[in-house]
Design a protein around this ligand. Structure first.
Ligand code: GDP
Length: 297
């Protein structure tokens, strides 16, 4: 599966390596350092990380030209430092049932990620149940149901347009009665109406909390890496409307913009629990800072 992971970051890595190409061959003067910093920002790594890498390169010990590989080594080391602070597996042992609320804009890969996550947890021997809380889109309920059947986990759902909080409440009740280990709750991702979204998510949290004051134990924000820097503004909004305890970044296989993982880690410091590198149920991977840093740069 390492190949899949390599493949998952190939475009991101090609972009970064391409942007840095040739910059290490001459003297590392101010102009070159500026170019390197710009190349890093253009690779979505974010201004803070780019500036830190520039500072390290400017420290002076590389005057005679360090070649691209030398620069990449330093870039890789600095990326790893940023990522290792946030690379944390999703903890699912805080409570029984553990409630994981999954949020994110439509199309970010929420449904697919829930299915992948359910498959992993089930393979770990946990009893998993899903709640179809995206009642806004008819297709969403059907899609989650299809995935639930495929993965082989039960699902609680209602009618389109129904009350999402009601579904979540019913699901947690069933999960408790049936001694389930993990409940994963899907939600609608309508950012067009922030007020409504905020109210809906708040209501879901409230009713879950009525059964278990600690629930939801995790609020997982799913982000689509192909949106690049836009993913950062999504973190901003969802932190505000729902509180976020951790991130999953999807679709890294289809984009050169995976560097945004680093920018997100740097700016928000939220745990990154997993990454999506494909459309099948096996394509959710734990997030390994060292591995990802070495693949990217
Ligand atoms: P939702 O609207 O947020 O629930 O998004 P979906 O789960 O329906 O995903 C939207 C599209 O993105 C679907 O076609 C998925 O197959 C695709 N998708 C989700 N995750 C990944 C991923 O990691 N890699 C790729 N290539 N496609 C993904």
């Amino acid at each position: 599966w390492r190949d899949r992971l390599l493949g998952g970051f190939k475009k991101t890595s090609d972009r970064l390596v391409g942007n840095l190409a040739g910059l290490g061959t001459g003297r590392l003067d101010e102009a070159t350092l500026d170019e390197i910093e710009e190349a890093l920002i253009a690779s979505d790594l974010g201004p803070a990380t780019a500036a830190r890498i520039r500072d390290r390169l400017a420290e002076g010990s590389f005057e005679r030209g360090m070649e691209d590989l030398g620069i990449r080594l330093i870039v890789s080391e600095e990326i790893e430092k940023v990522l290792e602070r946030v690379a944390k597996p999703l903890a699912t042992d805080a409570a029984r049932p553990q409630v994981i609320l999954v949020i994110g804009v439509n199309g970010s890969g929420k449904t697919t990620t829930i299915a992948k996550l359910a498959a992993i947890l089930k393979a770990d021997g946990l009893k998993v149940i899903l709640a179809a809380g995206d009642t806004f889109r008819a297709a969403a309920i059907g899609q989650l149901r299809t995935w639930a059947d495929r993965v082989g986990v039960p699902i609680v759902s209602g009618a389109e347009g129904g009350d999402a909080a009601g579904i979540a409440f019913e699901a947690l009740k069933q999960a408790t009665d049936q001694r389930m280990d993990v409940l994963v709750v899907d939600t609608a991702g309508r950012l067009q109406n922030k007020r409504e979204l905020m109210d809906e998510l708040a209501k879901i949290r409230r009713v879950l909390g009525r059964i278990d004051p600690g629930a939801p134990h995790n609020v997982l924000l799913v982000l689509d890496a192909t949106t690049g820097q836009n993913a950062l503004s999504q973190i901003e909004v969802f932190k505000e409307v729902a509180g976020v305890t951790g991130l999953v970044m999807t679709k890294l296989d289809g984009t050169a913009r995976g560097g945004v993982l680093v920018a997100a880690a740097e700016k928000y410091g939220l745990p990154i629990h997993a990454i999506g590198v494909g459309e099948t149920v096996d394509d959710l991977r734990g997030f390994d800072a060292n591995e990802v840093a070495r693949i990217i740069a």
